[in-house]
Structures are given as C-alpha cells and as structure tokens.
Design a protein around this ligand. Structure first.
Ligand code: TEU
Length: 525
C-alpha cells in the first residue's frame, strides 16, 4: 500500500491570502484553482488548506460554524470538490483542517445551547458552569480568560462557558456522544469528496478532566495531552482506514516531551504529527543538531516519519526571525520593533530550506516561504484582525504579519493577488512586487528558484540517513545515500575533495561560506 505521506512535500494554503479569483479582496478557491500549475511546477505532493468552512472569521476560520459548507467568501462545496479533483489530476493531494477542540459561537449547536438555557441537553455538548466566580484558573492559548459568562433572558448574569481560545470559540465536550459521532461524520463528508487526509487542529486539547480542577492542583494536566484523546484518534483512524486508498491523519501536537509526542503515532492512531521542535530552535549548529537528533530518536521506535516545519500561519516568517540578533524562536518573539537584518535572515532561511528539505520524513512549506516573504511588521493597527492582538491589548502584534496576501506580479494594485476589484484584506507592503512570483521566476538567485530546484532534487534522495564524519561544532553534515548535506554556521570552509555541488543556498567560491548550505555528491560513495 502506498504510504505517500512518508516523504511528501505538503504545501500549506491559507486560502484567504493565496489568490483572489473574484476580486473581493479575500483569497478564494477559484484563486487557488487558477494557480494549480504554479503548485505543480513548484513540485509539491499535497496541499493542506487551513479551514475553508463557513465561519465568522473571529480566528481566521478556526471558528467553524458549519463543516459542510464552504464559507461564501471562499466558494462552494462544489468548487471545493472540483478543486480537489483538479489538484488530483495534477498529482497533488488535498488535506483539510479539522478543529475538534471548539466550534464557532455561531455554530447551530452553540446557538441552541444558549437558547435552551441551563441544565438543557443542548448545553451538555459544551462546558457550561454556574457560580459567581470563574470556574477554573485555566489559561487561554491567547491572552485573557478561558471562561465567558452568558446572560439570562432578563439580563442577569447566567452560566459560564469554557473557551481555551476566544469567546467566539466555545470548547466542545468530548464526553458527549454527539460530539464524537459528528466529527466522524465530518471526516467522512470530506473523505467522500476526495480529501486525502486531515490536519487535526490543537490536537492535544479536546479532552478535559471533567472535574474541572484548577491548574497546578492535579498530577496530570486538566486539558492538555489527556489519555482519552488516544481513543478518539483511534476511532478516526478506523474511519481513515476504511477508505481506499486509506486517508492520512496529521496532528498539531505541541508537546515538549518527545515520548508523550510519540504516543500519538501508532499504527492504529495518527500517521504523523508536526515536529515543531526545530522551528523553536535558534540559528545555531548545536541547537539544530540537538533538535534533529531528538526528533529522529523519538520517531525511531514508532515507524512514523518525522515532519519538518519551518513555519506556518501562527509564527514569525523565517526570513524575519533568522535575521534577528536573538534567533531563538518562541511565540513571544512576535514583538514590535525588533531590529532585523533581512539580508542575513534571507541567507539563513535559504540554508534552512536546504537543511529541512534534506532531512528524512515529510516536509511542510507555508505559502510564501518559497518566495522568501518576510513578516510584515508595519501593518496599520486598524488593519489588524488577529484576536491575539486584541486579547493582548495590543502588546502582541499577533499573526497577521505572516498572513499578508501573496504577491504574484511585479506591478499592479494588488501585485496579482487579484486582477480586478478590491484591495486585499490585509495591505501589502509597497515593495511586495519585488518578491513576487513574476519577479523571481527564472532568476537563478531567487528563493523561488532555490525551492523549485530543491524540491526537484529531493525526489532523488535515497531514504537512508546518516550523520557524516564532518558533522561538528559549526557544521551540520549528514548524508542521504551518496548526497551529503552541509550547513555551515562558522567561517568559510572548503568543500570535501572531489565533491560535485548539486545545490547551494548561496554562490560558492570553491568554499562553503558562513550561513550557507549545500547538497553535494560524494565521489566514489
Ligand atoms: O493553533 C493551536 C495553538 O496551540 C495556538 O495557540 C498557537 O500556540 C498560537 O497560534 C500561537 O500564537 C491552532 C491553529 O494553528 C491556530 O491558527 C488557531 O488559532 C488555534 O489552533 C485555535 O483553533
């Protein structure tokens, strides 16, 4: 049976910002369909779409009002089916995003729960609590409280409801059979329409300790990585395996402990999960080596490939974060006004692309990273949409800076994001055209050319991975068959004698300069 996901290149599409087919300023499925040849030529195997379902967009679509409807801003279910089929015809698979932890406050279930009132069966699908005080001290992944108080029909304060994210994202109660049944049906809905897999959002959070203990009062965590999750995903795996070909499950698992992480990767559970560790490491040979070793070691016993992720729609773009003095990356590095050397960041992001592309496992590319887009850090405050910005009361700029609509052409009012109509939902920087697909196409020095060449060359890499004797203090060195990947963090150094350069992230002068990666073929090996 073909296990395509083992070494797949999966391109993350943020539909709102990819390409706008109807000119309303918001990207859409028609826009993606019109750019499928671009994605084929880039050399990707699959597309992962962040949520495209009906949503008030309180959290960029991670507030789903109805899984069986595509948001009208993006298109229709018929268009989604067509898009999935058109992509498949080009050999590109589609992964949809499922958000089990919560729904939108506009979801029928939540509206029914509010209308039905305390004690009703409708409220059992969520976490409602009465009382004067906040029910728990739980912390939102975004700033602020995790409980919001409803109002009774007479205007007096009513019950509290739980939301680990925004108040517009009430948490579901996974002890309720409706919640379980509904999600398996949603999986079938999209698998029946051709989806090759699902990405599971906030996958460690859906199960809660039903006694709702305060944080710090129990030996286990009241809402992260609870044992009950494994049974849920085993059920999903049964659904996925009932299809021909079987569908794939990739979990968004943020867990620092590699052993806890690996517990989700079982033959009867998830196929893969995002290894975010590398993304959290500074630009430093020792730190990155440690991350790669830890990740590979965690995967060794579980027969699930590692997944390499440099960025996504939640984090600072690599070109920007690698251009800072402090490259250690955590979410709190999303700050205003940190001095950034974009030329340096670009150089390192190019090397990082060759590094992650050479590692064994699957590779995730966030849209726009193949163009080397930087984080847009000077968006006007009035344009910002991310709830993180509002909930942090403006302290955290939020994630809009990595979600700015893509530039396709060098000139034009939206740089080809749309060909007519309204400006994009987030303003594009004035120099966006110089980073466009058109500007980079055919330029041997461009990030786009590097990505295209890397993805083409990657297909020839042998499966076997080994650390190479050159691996050392300022140099990462490992082989895939007879191809050696080198990433130099120190002063220029000579390439191994007799090696043929297949790819380099910067021009080579016989030597491998600092902050540069190369793939070379070793003589006689
Ligand atoms: O993110 C899950 C998650 O853990 C986030 O809290 C993450 O830590 C945060 O974005 C950091 O800034 C997923 C999605 O990827 C994200 O876009 C959603 O906002 C979130 O779930 C809620 O659905």
């Amino acid at each position: 049976m073909e296990q395509w996901w083992r070494d797949a290149v999966i391109y993350q599409v943020y539909p709102r910002s990819f390409a706008d087919g109807n000119g309303d300023g918001t990207g859409d499925l028609a826009g993606v369909r019109s750019r499928l040849n671009y994605l084929r030529d880039l050399g990707v195997d699959a597309l992962w779409f962040t949520p495209w379902y009906l949503s008030p967009l309180a959290d960029g679509g991670y507030d789903v009002a109805d899984y069986r409807t595509i948001d009208p801003a993006f298109g229709t279910v018929a268009e989604a089916e067509q898009l999935i089929a058109d992509a498949a015809a080009l050999g590109i698979r589609t992964i949809v995003d499922i958000v089990p932890n919560h729904v939108s406050s506009e979801h029928e279930w939540f509206k029914a729960a509010l209308a039905a009132g305390p004690g009703s069966p409708e409220r059992q699908r969520f976490w409602f609590c009465d009382g004067e005080d906040l029910p728990t001290n739980w912390l939102s992944s975004f700033s602020g409280e995790t409980w919001t108080r409803t109002k009774n029909p007479d205007g007096t304060p009513g019950e509290w409801y739980l939301h680990l994210f925004t108040p517009e994202q009430p948490d579901l109660n996974w002890n309720h059979p409706d919640v379980r049944r509904e999600h398996e049906e949603v999986l079938r809905f999209w698998f029946d329409r051709g989806a090759a897999g699902v990405r599971i959002d906030s996958a460690t959070m859906p199960v809660k300790d039903p006694s709702l203990p305060d944080l710090g009062t129990t030996s286990d965590h009241p809402y992260v990585d609870r044992d009950g999750l494994h049974e849920i995903y085993a059920g999903w795996r049964t659904v996925a395996d009932s299809y021909d070909p079987p569908r794939m499950l990739v979990g968004e698992i943020w867990l620092a402990d590699p052993e806890r992480f690996a517990r989700y990767l079982r033959p009867d559970e998830l196929h893969t999960a995002f290894n975010f560790d590398l993304m959290g490491r500074p630009w430093d040979a020792t730190a990155l080596r440690d991350s790669i070793r830890t990740t590979l070691a965690a995967h060794a016993p579980v027969d699930a490939p590692a997944t390499w992720v440099l960025s996504n729609h939640d984090v600072t773009r690599p070109v920007t974060r690698y251009g800072r003095e402090d490259t250690s990356f955590a979410f709190d590095t999303k700050r205003f006004g940190v001095p950034t050397d974009l030329a340096l960041g670009n150089r390192r992001a190019r090397a990082a692309a060759l590094l992650t592309g050479a590692l064994p496992g699957s590779l995730y590319i966030y849209q726009g990273d193949e163009l080397g887009l930087p984080e847009v850090e000077d968006l006007p405050t009035a344009a910002l949409q991310d709830p993180i910005f509002y909930r942090s009361e403006g302290v955290d700029p939020g994630r809009d800076g990595c979600r700015v609509p893509l530039p396709w052409t060098t000139i034009g009012s939206t740089f080809g994001f749309n060909s007519h109509g309204f400006g994009p939902w987030l303003p594009q920087p004035a120099d966006w055209g110089s980073r466009s697909v058109e500007a980079q196409d055919g330029d041997p020095e461009s990030m786009l050319t590097l990505y295209r060449s890397m993805l083409a060359e990657r297909k020839n890499l042998a499966m076997d991975f080994a650390w190479h004797p050159l691996d050392g203090e300022d140099l990462l060195a490992f082989t895939r068959g007879d191809v050696l990947c080198l990433v130099n963090f120190g002063p220029s150094r000579p390439l191994p004698e007799g090696s043929t350069v297949l790819l380099a992230s910067a021009p080579l002068t016989g030597d491998l300069p600092t902050d540069t990666a190369a793939w070379v073929r070793l003589q006689g090996e």
